[in-house]
Each structure stands twice: as C-alpha cells, then as structure tokens.
Write a protein that binds this ligand. Structure first.
Ligand code: SF4
Ligand code: SF4
Length: 115
C-alpha cells in the first residue's frame, strides 16, 4: 500500500485559487480566508514560498490549512480513502504546476512507494 509523503523541491500546493475550491468553503473560516488573501501574490503564489528552492520559509509556523495531514483529516474523502486521497490531491497539484512527466512527479511516486 502506498503511503503519502511530501517531497522537497515541489511547492505545487502553494498556489491558491479559492474560486476553484468550493470544497473548502466549510473548512475555512473568515480569518482563514483573510489570511490566505494576505498571503497570496497577484499571480496566485504564496508569498512565503521560496520560489527558487520551492521551499516554505515559514514551515514551522505555517497555517493550519498548510499542514496537510492535520487539515485533511476534516475531509470526508480522507476518512473514506485515507492516504489515497492525499496522494490524489498531490498528484493533481504536481501535474497542473510541474507537469505529469516532471521530476517532481517522479520523485513523488518514488516517495510514496518507499514507505
Ligand atoms: S503538492 Fe504534495 S508533495 Fe508537493 S509540496 Fe504540496 S504536499 Fe508536498
Ligand atoms: S505558508 Fe508555506 S506551505 Fe503554506 S502555502 Fe505558503 S509556502 Fe506553502
């Protein structure tokens, strides 16, 4: 069985477009939305992402909605599918940002098979 794992040099989930995420409406409160808006650059990328190294610069203090395992536990789909839900979400992000044949996708597939 595959186990979800985050990889280095990715950051594919650090670009926000809330208009596209109706599924988050009951997971984020007004403060969360205000925080997301304040964190988001005009091109949609989080201001706290070191874009060159694709690394979170506030990792230890990142908001709750960036803490994948914690945040995802409130999703019905996570309760049903567990890590498969997380893996599918990451694959969607990685595919749309880096491409389905990207190094990040290869690294992700290796990481989830390793555990
Ligand atoms: S898309 Fe997944 S693997 Fe990439 S940074 Fe986000 S959580 Fe990590
Ligand atoms: S705070 Fe960090 S983990 Fe969250 S979106 Fe920004 S760069 Fe990504």
């Amino acid at each position: 069985m595959k186990t979800w794992s985050c990889i280095e040099n990715c950051g594919a989930c650090c670009k926000f477009d809330l208009t596209d995420r109706a599924d988050l409406s009951d997971k984020l409160n007004k403060d969360d939305i205000a925080l997301i808006n304040s964190m988001t650059s005009k091109d949609g990328w989080c201001k706290f992402l070191d874009r060159e190294n694709k690394k979170c610069t506030i990792y230890e203090n990142r908001p709750h909605f960036c803490q994948v395992e914690k945040f995802s536990s409130s999703f019905k789909e996570y309760k049903k599918k567990g890590d498969k839900f997380l893996i599918d979400c990451c694959k969607q992000h990685i595919s749309s940002i880096h491409g389905v044949r990207s190094q990040q996708m290869r690294n992700f597939n290796i990481a989830i098979s390793r555990k």
